[in-house]
Design a protein around this ligand. Structure first.
Ligand code: BGC
Ligand code: NOJ
Length: 817
């Protein structure tokens, strides 16, 4: 069953009914000001940091779902009938409803009793504000006297404090209303550097800024007293809960439409502004007024929206494909690319499942995120790489996360995730392959942001590898530390000599447990760094890294192979994990993917054997589960993984992040049918018709789909902010379609499903444009045998970089069966 449909022409997902299984959200903003917006206008906004600069409130885990948003109310002043044109929060019946989530904008349209309203929400490029453009139309054949109310609830900036520190916060809230603009100025007394504003294009007939005055005692957002009676109260908030609400009266003749624009924004005072001397209590609004006036004009809004659309045309123009499969085209050309950018911007901070206060930017996560968008915005990838590297320590170790506002390492959840440093090598290598910009390797980058500690980025990469080599365990495999990619495989949790378990599985680091996954990742990273060293003309270093990769490959083959698949790890006591010797958790997906990706087992057949084991033991119709059999009980020696009920999250859930590793591995061994079949099982668009099972948005990947051991097998959770976005994009574009940037050019090496006759693509690469056609006889399963670049035969499958501005025609042919 579906709740909407894709409109590929407008690049929108059209939701046809408001009561989706979960709020289906979208994101506004692409630079510094961001918002989440659901199909019923729920969500919140923030400036750069979802925790520290939250503009509006949102209530997670509430009933009903999705409370707090960008609310409008319409009231028929003749009858007193009122409703929300976005359905929430009043949930009054609408005669017709449609939500269109587009690229960084959302449009919600509905009608009730002959009054139509359509609201467009977006954040203009280069601004720290959002626009709501409401168009109200009287479709009756009689005049209509209407009231339109807006409503947002302000957050007192630090969202964590806002949700907990009531003894203080009920007394700090402050607002100012001036010329119809509502200013939220809590914190202005002491900081005098930031505030929010909420303005309306029509001089309001009334306003409210105190929540309880607007709602009335013991009422919710579904029944505001001000809306019910058709008149705002003019309240000014002193403490308690500041809100912004305008009341606008509209008289519309039959067929008449009116556009009302609301602007909600964030402002920072110019530093050292003489109009805002220390001690001044007056809001410094001078620099904001012109911005507000500008964005309240319909022409500005129309132009701003057109600019946003053009911006996305440009971004998505970097890669366009046309294949025999609509779900592939739609994801690659629109939604997956879009999700990669959102994930890059927000890391794992703010979604329907991430509260915006828990996690900053992940070291591991951000490095992987850039794999999916470096071809679109290489400059931003460059900047991000340097930010991440500056949080690395001199040992090569990493803070697991950093705070976006300060860009400093954040030790809230500690370190000791021993895979972290290696991701930096993979991120930088992806950047170099895409851009060819070697200057990044010479950039001076500090350790732990300490001025004076700068070394070259290249040296950071060396230390990343050294970090692993300095931490090898009894089998010569890398120590896992607190955990590796699988946050929940905490193998150094053990009972101490008194027999008492550790109080928390989260604090146990050190110990002897080893990871075969990190071993595979090390092999991959060492080979990448070897390639980079060669590029820099450092043959000795190249040889050193190749030798290290080879040695680790030997160790994996000797101690990491279980007979039919790669083992996962060795625990604190030296027992294998992910082995036929275990009663549960006998086979894990991660080492099968990562080891094959790194080239381990390719020549001796282990890779193909491991992938067959995945197909036999881990693949389900909804995707590949993380391990089998699921852990049926809690085991302290395994840590958080076994805290989850079977089939959920790391305990045998389907991680959409690890599935693409297997797709890539299948492509590497030449199995295009299997690679593509796995791709379709988790492709959100291909799962659209299962929306009542899948439940999350059909246009983006979710982190996890419940595995076969779960009673809700097939149900997705944690949509939007997940490494699944980048890795699925890489798997399908670089390995199945085979358009793969390498250090010396663009590889064209597709591994397609047998039935396909080929595909076409346009790809921007290092400033040139490649028009690519791949042809193959339907039924053939081989690889490219003939490559023509601008009509000239080229040996192999590598297209050398063309001069910037060139348009290059590439024809790749797969011959034979
Ligand atoms: C989740 C992981 C997540 C981690 C983040 C765990 O509870 O299961 O998926 O990566 O928290 O801290
Ligand atoms: C989500 C985390 O953000 C990511 O870093 C981790 O690898 C996966 N969960 C698996 O535990």
């Amino acid at each position: 069953m579906r709740y909407g449909h894709f409109d590929d022409r407008t690049r929108e997902y059209v939701i046809e009914r408001p009561d989706t299984p979960l709020p289906w959200i979208n994101y506004l903003g692409t630079e510094e000001y961001f918002g989440l917006i659901s199909n019923t206008a729920g969500g919140y906004s923030f400036y750069r940091d979802a925790r520290l600069r939250r503009l509006t409130r949102y209530r997670y885990n509430n009933a009903p779902l999705d409370v707090g948003g960008r609310y409008l109310y319409l009231r028929d002043d003749a009858t007193g009938d009122y409703w929300s044109p976005s359905w929430q929060p009043t949930r009054r019946d609408l005669d017709d409803y449609e939500c269109r989530h587009g690229l960084s904008y959302t449009r919600i349209a509905s009608a009730r009793r002959g009054i139509r309203a359509e609201t467009l929400y977006f954040v203009p490029l280069g601004e720290t504000l959002e626009v709501w453009r409401a168009t109200v139309t009287n479709e009756r054949d009689t005049p209509a006297e209407l009231s339109l109310f807006s409503a947002v609830e302000f957050c007192l900036w630090d969202a964590q404090d806002d949700a907990t520190n009531f003894q203080r916060n009920f007394s700090t809230g402050q607002v100012e209303v001036d010329g119809g603009v509502i200013y939220h100025k809590t914190e202005y007394r002491e900081r005098r550097d930031h505030f929010a504003y909420f303005a309306c294009s029509q001089m309001p007939d009334g306003f409210d800024t105190q929540r309880e005055a607007f709602l009335g005692a013991y009422r919710g957002w579904d029944r505001p007293a001000a809306v019910e009676r058709g008149a705002a109260s003019g309240s000014v908030a002193h403490g308690w809960s500041p809100i912004g609400s305008h009341h606008v009266r509209l008289s519309l003749g039959p067929g008449e439409s009116r556009e009302v624009i609301f602007v909600l924004g964030y402002a920072e005072n110019p530093r050292g502004d003489k109009f805002d001397p220390p001690g001044s209590q007056t809001l410094n609004k001078r620099h904001v007024r012109p911005v507000v006036e500008h964005w309240l004009r319909p022409e500005t809004v129309a132009k701003g929206f057109a600019a946003l659309t053009a911006h996305w045309d440009r971004l998505l123009g970097a890669l366009r494909v046309s294949t025999p499969d609509t779900d592939t085209d739609r994801m690659v050309n629109i939604w997956n690319a879009y999700q990669c950018l959102v994930t890059f911007n927000l890391s794992r901070s703010a979604s329907s499942f991430e509260s915006g206060i828990g996690r900053g930017m992940g070291f591991r996560d951000s490095n992987q995120d850039l794999l999916g968008f470096v071809h679109i915005l290489p400059e931003r990838a460059r900047e991000r790489i340097l930010d991440i590297a500056a949080t690395q320590m001199a040992t090569g170790g990493a803070y697991h996360q950093y705070q976006p506002l300060t860009k400093r390492g954040n030790n809230d959840i500690g370190d000791g995730f021993n895979d972290d440093p290696l991701w930096l090598v993979l991120g930088v290598s992806a950047y170099l392959k895409e851009t060819g910009d070697q200057t990044i390797l010479d950039e001076p980058v500090p350790f732990d942001n300490e001025p004076g500690s700068e070394v070259s980025l290249y040296e950071h990469l060396r230390r990343s590898l050294q970090y692993t080599l300095d931490r090898l365990g009894p089998h010569g495999l890398p120590l896992i530390g607190r955990a590796d990619w699988n946050d929940c495989l905490n193998l150094n949790c053990f009972s101490d000599t008194s027999g008492e378990p550790f109080q928390t599985t989260q604090n146990a680091t050190g110990g002897q447990a080893e990871s075969v996954f990190i071993a595979g990742q090390f092999v991959l990273a060492a080979k990448e760094l070897a390639g980079i060293a060669a590029l820099r003309g450092r043959p000795e270093e190249e040889a050193e890294y190749r030798a290290a990769a080879e040695k680790m490959t030997g160790t994996v083959t000797e101690h990491g192979w279980d007979g039919a698949w790669f083992r996962r790890a060795y625990d604190f006591y030296g027992y294998p994990i992910g082995s036929g010797e275990n009663d549960e958790g006998q086979i894990f997906v991660e080492p099968q993917g990562m080891c094959v990706l790194a080239g381990v087992g390719r020549e001796d057949g282990l890779a193909a054997r491991a992938l067959d084991s995945v197909a036999e033991r881990l693949a389900t119709p909804h995707g590949i589960v993380l391990q089998q059999p699921a852990y049926s009980s809690y085991r302290i020696e395994l840590g958080e993984i076994s805290t989850y009920p079977p089939g959920y999250k790391e305990n045998a859930g389907i991680f959409c992040h690890t599935n693409p590793w297997i797709m890539i591995a299948e492509a590497i061994v030449g199995n295009g049918d299997r690679a593509f079949d796995y791709y379709r099982r988790i492709n959100p668009s291909a799962r659209e018709q299962l929306s009542e099972v899948h439940r999350c948005e059909p246009y983006v990947y979710a982190q996890m789909i419940a595995g076969r051991d779960a009673p809700t097998h097939g149900e997705a959770k944690n949509s939007w902010l997940t490494g699944a976005a980048a890795w699925n994009f890489v798997a399908v574009t670089q390995w199945i379609l085979g358009l793969r940037p390498e250090l010396s050019g663009l590889r064209v090496d597709p591994v397609l499903p047998a039935a396909w006759p080929g595909f076409t693509a346009t790809r921007a690469y290092r400033g040139a444009t490649y028009e690519i056609t791949v042809r193959k006889p339907a039924g053939a399963t081989g690889r490219v045998t003939r490559l023509l670049v601008d009509g000239e035969r080229v040996e192999g499958t590598l297209v050398p970089p063309a001069p910037a501005g060139a348009v290059v025609r590439v024809e790749a042919v797969v011959e034979g069966a």
